[in-house]
Design a protein around this ligand. Sequence first.
Ligand SMILES: *Cc1c(COP(=O)(O)O)cnc(C)c1O
Length: 432
Amino acid sequence: MICDNITVGQNGHLLFAGQDTTALAKQYGTPLYLMDEDKIRENCRLYQSAFREHFGDKARPLYASKANSFKRIYEIMREEDMGIDVVSSGEIYTALQAGYDLSRAYFHSNNKTDEDIIYGMENHIGYFVADNVEEIKAIEAQAARRGIRQKVLLRLTPGIDPHTYEAVSTGKVDSKFGSAIETGQAEEITVFTLAQPHVELMGFHCHVGSQVFGEDIFERAAVVMLEFIADMKRKHGYMAPQLDLGGGYGVRYVESDPYLDVPTKVGQVAAAIKEACARLDIEMPEIHMEPGRSIVGAAGMTLYTCGTVKKIPGYKSYVSVDGGMTDNPRYALYRSAYTCLAANKMNEPADFTCSVVGRCCESGDIVQEGVQLPSSIGRGDLVAVCTTGAYNYAMACNYNRLPRAPIVMLRGGESYVAVRRESFADLCKNDL
Ligand SMILES: *Cc1c(COP(=O)(O)O)cnc(C)c1O
């Protein structure tokens, strides 16, 4: 199976985290997001123990909460002692509702508004990750008003192309994000930031892309960043205390995706970092990474009820489900691959080729094409989509006035609602 938390019961029902998905669909209704809480915690611990082993106690993995942001997930991150990334005031608000201590939060985004900066400072956010000089000016101005010294990291682009999908590649020189090392802008912003009285430069950040499996992407990015750090030390006498390498490790969406072993990967990055530090004669900064997808992706599964099955002889066949682009827009956005399964018919051969499509009034509302399901699939059957824990609920919308699906957490053989299903009244709650 795609992930070790997906199995099949003797009755031919798909099990997720050991629980019968057919029973869960009956209990909570569909469309339904399931989140395997034990898997989320396991992934946090994998990163943390690898970090402790290779980078020492101060280094830390930060959960990139844009991957899946809701109150309960921040409680889990608090309990697991994880740092977090946020990218908006809305994510800060949600983390605060969970009692998360924001001194361990990093505020990203290529365009923080003044309101965001003020909101972050009001709530004593630990760090801003500044994208450009203009943003440093805005942070300096707000920090000066409050008489504080705000910690920041600078987001740099190391000029590395991870060869993943264009829309999720962010580390190239011409990216919308960050200041490029190659063009000299990274040095300019460093010098500028060091001269600001109300901003404390804590180091540098980069994020090369997402769904990265490629052999040595992080290693190469780390080396470029360390060379820059050494350069700044030599030229300006500034030694960066922190180096944040961003997120991006991939997860398995389909059988052809490789397995990625986090402890092995972190070990390889650590080896490259230690070697570079020795060569450059600098002490190793505090190392951070920002996994999002690789913490929550495989911890998620979406359940749908099948409706119309349409066979167009000589052309193609469609299996329509009761959700789609409103709960998972990723195929529409990026043609992302997913594994679809007939959750109540896992013991039947999957020999019927079809497109699994959503219920929205858009031809592009497709969950996946070229899917193999049992030929008996029909109204009332249950369709599961695997690996939906990242960038699904986080990207959900109410197009066609469809209420957002709930999130049910699975923990130690039990289940509970973390986000309830939206009601029709919720849909109108802001309508005057
Ligand atoms: C999106 C993002 C991440 C998380 O990426 P994943 O692929 O989910 O691990 C981390 N850091 C930054 C700055 C990001 O934009």
